[in-house]
Ligand binder design. Structure first.
Ligand code: ARG
Length: 564
């Protein structure tokens, strides 16, 4: 119907392109102003007339033609307000939102996007910062997939670097196989801390660590087998978390994957005359671009984080032929990515504009109180389990007979964390306040999931019903129902917007809005009534709502229990 309206406007305003008309067309926020409004202010220049007069002329020429899709067309202060013929409008909306692929598009067909996210540092705990990149990256993966893009999910593990030399020294001095096997990352962190304490007193430990890392880089078998073991131990924990979150990756190609590919970067930089020696190290100066230099090799010739990122980019371009490569990390890495992207440009590649850093803010506990064992690091796994446990308690109290409580506790507990993380702009800090996160009546994951379950329960209550009934769309023309339906139609635009801005919060806000509109509908419009026509039409609305909530939550990485 929107397209028809645009056609009509295009017929009556020959001076404007169809696309201009489409982008100018608005959906009025206030009710009583119609379903669509077309502002005539920009036409004033073309017609050399006051907008109000232009609006009046266009309105009159449209009214003369008696199009049947409008019930009323008005001019209010330079806006032409269109009131759509309600029944037809309802039918058209229902046709759109009940379509199988509602929300999907093929704008990304044939295009590939690499998303580099999660990427924890081996031998270190997966903390809440890594939870954020994991959650945001996963949502972007879902969003872009929905738009038809092919997405490569890349986990760029921090599994290479001098810290592993330190770990090997620490393990040889103070570690034990049993302890590492039993306590995993916790033990590795413990001996790592011990290393730093001891190295304060005895600097030769640092030399030993450098030597061990050098051995790793040279392919020394003993060094690599210890390193590989630490990596395997760490991955067990990370994969446990991914499983809990219901997330996966296409590639676990961490920094170590590029260890035989960094020399090529150094060679190319040398060839292009970009490398400059500075105190024994090699750098690419970037002061011309108001940035600190990009360090490429250290004094001892070893590569660093940035070198491996450059190697990774060349590898990804050659392997996946991406149209875009997105990095999801904390804001503190902004400079790092600006440097890496700039160096790519200086190397002569013309795809710097395809590289995107998507930063996010910090995580904190409300009141600054942390419920974790360890001073100031919040461990992701603890938070996830705490959330699941709290939901389990709520269920035990409110609905002890619920079937499959364990699954539902996980879906809602995890969903609550995901939703909270994705409810504001990325760059805003995430504050943990359990009462808010788990509130079934707030703007939360549990609230939206509960709304979905409420829809499902409507169908359970109705039971057998003949849905072949032809829908009488006049049943759906009341304001509350129309507001719900109109809200749902925003979905495709919301997804596109979220993708364009790399902002999943647009999806979560949309989900809350639909849930709120649905709950008004549920309250005002009785569904399970005698009149089969009314019942059929309203059930169809419930079904459309369910589908859209499920799709929206899926884009955030969340599941929808049928009952809770
Ligand atoms: N391992 C890094 C960290 O934990 C994040 C890696 C991000 N990706 C990249 N290609 N640099 O801070």
């Amino acid at each position: 119907m929107k397209n028809k309206l645009i056609d009509i406007l295009a017929e009556n305003i020959t001076e404007l392109e169809r696309t201009d008309i489409e982008s100018a067309l608005e959906v009025p926020k206030k009710s009583g102003m119609g379903d669509y409004a077309f502002p005539c202010f920009r036409l004033a220049k073309i017609y050399r007339k006051a907008p109000n007069m232009i609006a009046e002329d266009i309105k009159n020429s449209i009214c003369e033609k008696n199009y049947d899709i409008f019930s009323k067309v008005e001019n209010v202060g330079g806006y032409i307000n269109f009131f759509m013929a309600k029944e037809q409008y309802a039918k058209q909306i229902m046709d759109t939102i009940c379509a199988e692929d509602f929300g999907s598009s093929d704008e990304g067909k044939g295009k590939t996007i690499c998303i580099d996210y999660s990427s924890p540092n081996v031998a270190k705990n997966f903390h809440v910062g890594h939870l954020r990149t994991t959650i945001i990256g996963n949502s972007l993966y879902k969003i872009y997939s929905k738009l038809g893009y092919h997405v490569e999910r890349i986990n760029h593990l921090g599994d290479w670097g001098t810290q592993f030399g330190k770990l090997i020294v620490a393990y040889k001095n103070w570690g034990s196989k049993e302890a590492v096997e039993q306590n995993g990352i916790a033990e590795l962190m413990k001996i790592y801390v011990k290393f730093h304490e001891e190295a304060e007193k005895d600097d030769s430990l640092n030399d030993q660590a450098r030597e061990w890392f050098a051995k790793m880089e040279q392919g020394n078998e003993e060094a690599l087998s210890i390193w590989q073991w630490f990596k395997d131990i760490s991955l067990i924990e990370y994969k446990r978390i991914y499983k809990l979150l219901g997330m996966d990756f296409d590639h676990f190609t961490g920094e170590s994957f590029y260890r035989d590919k960094t020399q090529d970067v150094v060679d190319k930089l040398t060839e292009k005359n970009l490398l400059v020696e500075s105190e024994g190290a090699n750098i690419v100066p970037l002061d011309e671009y108001n940035m600190a230099p990009c360090l490429i090799t250290k004094k001892d010739g070893s590569s660093i984080y940035a070198t491996r990122d450059l190697a990774a980019l060349l590898y990804r371009k050659n392997t996946y032929h991406f149209d875009k490569c997105i990095y999801v990390t904390g804001l503190e890495q902004k400079l790092h990515f600006a440097q890496v992207f700039k160096v790519i440009e200086l190397m002569g590649y013309d795809w710097k504009d395809q590289l995107v850093h998507v930063p996010y803010g910090l995580v904190s506990m409300e009141g600054g109180k942390l419920s974790t064992r360890n001073g100031n690091v919040i461990y992701a796994e603890e938070i996830l389990h705490e959330s699941i446990n709290k939901i389990r308690e709520i269920i035990e109290e409110k609905n002890p007979d619920l079937p499959d409580k364990e699954t539902v506790s996980r879906q809602v507990g995890i969903g609550a964390i995901l939703f909270n993380d994705l409810y504001n702009q990325r760059i805003k800090d995430v504050v943990f306040n359990w009462d808010k996160i788990l509130n079934f009546d707030g703007e939360t994951g549990p609230y939206v999931q509960y709304t979905y379950a409420r829809c499902a329960s409507v169908f359970r209550k109705v039971g057998e019903f003949n849905y072949n009934e032809e829908i009488d769309y006049s049943v759906l023309t009341d304001e509350v129902t129309m507001n719900l339906l109109k809200d749902i139609t925003r979905f495709p635009d919301v997804i596109k917007d979220a993708a364009e801005k790399y902002e999943p919060f647009m999806i979560s806000r949309f989900a809350v809005s639909v849930a709120q509109h649905f709950n008004k509908f549920y309250h005002d419009c009785q569904i399970n009534v005698e009149d089969e026509k009314v019942k059929a039409a309203r059930l169809k609305v419930v079904s459309a709502t369910m589908n859209v909530i499920k799709s929206a939550l899926d884009l955030l990485g969340m599941e929808c229990p049928e009952q809770m």
